[in-house]
Design a protein around this ligand. Structure first.
Ligand SMILES: Cc1ncc(C[n+]2csc(CCOP(=O)(O)OP(=O)(O)O)c2C)c(N)n1
Length: 330
């Protein structure tokens, strides 16, 4: 069996790159939150602030030829896979220069040049599509891995189990990545799932290997994803990864919503104290890998990139209304 896409060792450069990528995602989303009230982005946004390590740690293991699919909370996955920031912001502004030509908005990002095949907001719906994509790579004898990101609620849909079954049966090269942020909108896990339930037992019952990890520790995410990919590369079939993490902002929108009372303030502050970006930043500083001035330089560079991308998005034209039904599939 040929081994492809071996995964890089965790060295200084990789740690720095992952830190930069997380910081960039955080700053982009904070800028989206800041501009949202201007009422120029006319689509809902689901921010992944707090969850950046999962996107970055997994995608750092993927090559350009690998595919990613995502759900409604997809900005981080899109950027981590190498999607174009200008095209993403233009899409959120509904502009013709957007990655989905302004017809999709935040929840339907597609960028084939980055093999970011798409995001669909119907909970769980991108999972079977990703399985089909992985099956397609086998039929076309491509050496690509497919990674599909979804939330904990998506594991409650029947199609999740059907997808595991088919992927296992055909030994497909697919990584299923569950970002367990403990909530589905306002519903915590304990009102949705019996306490005995364990997703690892479920996936293993379908013959799929799996592991759980710390979704706020990018090095843990990277290591588990690397193991998953090594497993797939040995022809052993699909892999399931579940990472505990936490969304800081409201389910949908730019604000904080702790005042609604569906989650406890001390739970929130505990998770905020475990910020994935601060976590790696501190360890990089302790190891002498990064200095304060380098961090400042990164922040400046990202600010400039973001400001250019917002200018691009805001000044781009809206799509021609005549194009409304072109490239629309149902
Ligand atoms: C089939 C379906 N049911 C309900 C919804 C409404 N909805 C949108 S996002 C969401 C919560 C999803 O939670 P999860 O998958 O855990 O992802 P998270 O938002 O926590 O990242 C729900 C119920 C939907 N989009 N699709």
């Amino acid at each position: 069996m040929t081994i492809w896409n071996k995964g890089k060792p965790i060295d200084m450069e990789l740690k720095k790159k992952m830190y930069f990528d997380m910081l960039r995602i955080r700053m982009v989303e904070e800028a989206i939150a800041k501009h949202y009230s201007e009422q120029e982005m006319r689509c809902p946004v689901h921010l992944c602030i707090g969850q950046e390590a999962v996107a970055v740690g997994v995608c750092a293991n993927l090559s350009k030829e690998d595919y990613v699919m995502s759900n409604h909370r997809s900005h981080g996955h899109y950027l981590a896979k190498g999607g174009n920031l200008k095209a993403m912001l233009a899409e959120i502004y509904g502009k013709a220069t957007g990655c989905s030509k302004g017809k999709g908005g935040s929840m339907h990002l597609v960028d084939l040049s980055a093999n970011f095949v798409g995001a669909t907001p119907i909970v769980s719906s991108s999972i079977p599509v990703a399985v089909g994509l992985a099956f397609g790579t086998i039929l076309k004898e491509k050496r690509s891995i497919t990674a599909v990101f979804f939330g904990d609620a998506a594991t409650e849909e029947g199609v999740f189990c059907e997808s595991l079954n088919f992927a296992s049966l055909k030994k497909l090269p697919i990584v299923f990545i569950c970002e367990n942020n403990f909530y589905s909108v306002y519903s915590p896990l304990f009102v949705r799932q019996p306490p005995e339930r364990d997703n690892l037992s479920i996936v293993r019952a379908y013959g799929v290997a799996g592991e759980k990890g710390d979704g706020n520790d990018v090095l843990d995410v990277y290591t588990l994803a690397q193991r998953a990919i090594a497993h797939i590369n040995q022809g052993l079939g699909p892999y399931y990864l579940q990472f505990d993490t936490y969304r800081w902002r409201e389910h949908c929108g730019p604000n904080y919503d702790n005042d609604l009372g569906y989650r406890a303030e001390d739970e929130f502050t505990t998770w905020q104290g475990r910020c994935p970006i601060k976590h790696i930043e501190e360890s990089l500083k302790n190891e002498g890998i990064i200095s304060d001035s380098e961090v400042k330089e990164m922040v400046k560079r990202i600010h400039e990139e973001i400001s250019e991308a917002f200018d691009f998005a805001k000044s781009s034209p809206f799509p021609d209304p005549k194009s409304a039904f072109a490239e629309v599939y149902a």
